[in-house]
Design a protein around this ligand. Structure first.
Ligand code: OAD
Ligand code: ZN
Length: 255
């Protein structure tokens, strides 16, 4: 299976990756729906919906500040790094991620489509103000404050620039992801339960357009029934093996 997957990747014309929380698990960031997952500890309706934010912005900001701190400490793992290497090799054309942790960019991927936002971005609830706290170098300051963050332009409440349940995805990112999926002849699906739509349409669109789906996950997911190749395993180790095989395949003309 691994050989077959490596061959498909080495000969691909337009390879994309579609990732979920599982790829960051080995970086110490908990997933959502696994045992000990985030949605076991917190209730979605209390921390990740527009209603929750209206009702109790303090609690929601506490939750997101906690996640910011955790994600700030996390480092890209072998799975992220292998994807960055595949991009440098010219094989991987884009990473479409449901993750907000910024780890694909930190690993070195340039073409990253974030479907659910980014933990380091904030936006105003009234005006068009947006800020990336990493770029403005305000992250430390922001994390030390405990009160509710206010917009420097209009004074309204700031909110995390992430997608909450019941909210539409950023349209530009979604359109871009679907276009990439239409073009892709191979899609690597890594560490997602495939249960959250519209994001999870990505591998279906690849299949509909004649592309191959290679999935990496220690457990079967909602995507497994349409996967051409299922590599059972953790993202870091499996991606490292796969990358090594792709490199060997590219050297060896018989592959
Ligand atoms: P889930 O928590 O639903 O699924 C995580 C997947 O990762 C599962 O299929 C696990 O088997 C797999 N997994 C766990 N450890 C792994 C490892 N080391 N290597 C590879 N795979 C591993 O997370 P997502 O599918 O990302 O949305 O969830 C999708 C969306 O639901 C998230 O973006 C978030 C969440 O609610 C929003 O917040 C809008
Ligand atoms: Zn404002």
């Amino acid at each position: 299976m691994m050989e077959e997957a490596a061959k498909l990747i080495a000969h691909s014309r337009f390879l994309i990756a579609f990732t979920g929380a599982g790829i960051s698990a080995e970086s110490g960031i908990p997933t959502f729906r696994d045992k000990n997952g985030l949605w076991e500890k917190y209730r979605v309706e209390e921390v990740a919906t527009p209603e929750a934010f209206r009702r109790n912005p303090r609690l929601v900001w506490e939750f997101y500040r906690m996640r910011m701190k955790l994600m700030k400490k996390a480092k890209p793992n072998r799975g992220h790094l292998a994807l960055a290497e595949l991009e440098r090799m010219g094989l991987l054309k884009a990473v479409i991620t449901q993750n907000i942790d910024n780890l694909h960019r930190e690993a070195g991927n340039k073409n990253v489509v974030e479907l659910h936002g980014n933990i380091y971005r904030v936006k105003c609830t009234s005006c068009a103000y947006r800020e990336n706290l990493l770029e403005s170098e305000k992250l430390e300051e922001f994390l030390e404050e405990e009160g509710l963050p206010k917009c420097p332009k209009c004074g309204s409440l700031l909110r995390p620039d992430v997608v909450w349940f019941g909210e539409p995805l950023p349209q530009e990112a979604l359109q871009k992801a679907f276009k990439l999926a239409e073009r892709a002849d191979v899609c690597l699906v890594i560490g997602t339960s495939g249960q959250v739509f519209p994001a999870a349409y990505v591998p279906y669109i690849v299949k509909e357009n004649g592309g191959y789906v290679i999935e990496i996950n220690p457990k079967e997911s909602g995507i497994t029934p349409i996967a051409d190749i299922f590599l059972k395993g953790f993202a870091g180790e499996t991606m490292e093996h796969l990358l090594a095989k792709v490199k060997r395949c590219l050297k060896d003309k018989g592959c």
